[in-house]
Design a protein around this ligand. Structure first.
Ligand code: HEC
Length: 214
């Protein structure tokens, strides 16, 4: 249910923002009569898309409960870009319209890189947890646990079963260790690649830890 929702939401939002970007470009190029025609012809479609965007967006928020920071930033940017674009287009105000276009491009960047800074921060074990310095039982697993808590818990949950964004249940995974390493390194679906953020050794550690969730 919620993946269908997510796909619908992404589709509707993309269409809506592309539409708006197109109209902003027309405004900037002074193609006002064409812009008027386009706006009049697409009024109803626009309203339906706008309503669907809000409904699916709110639906997703309600379903998920907690959302990663980059998604919060994206939501705020979408909520700012849409009224700016609408007012800009209505009043023929290029500054507002361009501002909305800049926001749209930014939102695209955020969605693409899954980071509001467009850059994935390195996750270090030290950052992840101070307590692991005290843990001397099995260092690889405890490093893995700290990394897991820093990077994976939001979607997979402490027991691996949380399933945010349809995240696979790690406690029931049938994948081999190699396959898990491959997925964590290169990402899959909504899950990002971690090979730029985690060293090969860290990926080994985090996979060792998730194998204990069984
Ligand atoms: C943004 C949410 C998110 C985060 C953060 C995340 N994952 Fe995932 N993970 C997913 C989703 C969604 C899938 C399912 C992908 C698919 O099958 O399309 C998945 C799948 C996996 C799988 C494959 C399991 C299987 O049986 O198919 C593994 C292993 C995994 N994640 C490990 C991790 C590890 C380790 C981390 C932290 C370094 C992590 N994930 C962080 C969302 C996330």
């Amino acid at each position: 249910m919620s993946t269908g929702f997510l796909h619908l939401h992404v589709f509707v939002t993309t269409l809506f923002l592309l539409f708006m970007a197109f109209k902003v470009v027309l405004l900037v190029l002074n193609k006002t009569s064409l812009l008027e025609t386009v706006r009049n012809k697409t009024k109803v479609v626009d309203m339906i898309l706008g309503a669907l965007l809000l409904v699916t967006g709110i639906g997703l928020l309600v379903f998920k409960g907690s959302v990663p920071a980059y998604i919060m930033v994206k939501i705020v940017a979408v909520l700012a870009a849409i009224p700016l674009g609408i007012i800009g287009l209505k009043k023929g105000n290029k500054v507002l319209a361009v501002l909305s276009l800049v926001l749209i491009v930014y939102i695209y960047g955020v969605a693409e890189t899954k980071s509001y800074k467009f850059k994935k921060d390195k996750i270090t074990v030290e950052q992840a947890s101070d307590t692991i310095l005290e843990a001397n039982a099995d260092t690889q697993i405890s490093n893995g646990k700290a990394l897991y808590e820093a990077a994976c818990v939001e979607c997979h949950g402490t027991d691996g079963k949380k399933g945010l964004f349809k995240a696979a249940d790690l406690s029931a995974s049938a994948l081999s260790r190699e396959e898990k390493i491959q997925i964590v390194s290169n990402g899959k679906g909504t899950m990002q690649a971690y090979k730029d953020q985690l060293s090969a050794q860290d990926i080994e550690s985090v996979v060792s830890y998730i194998e204990t969730l069984k």
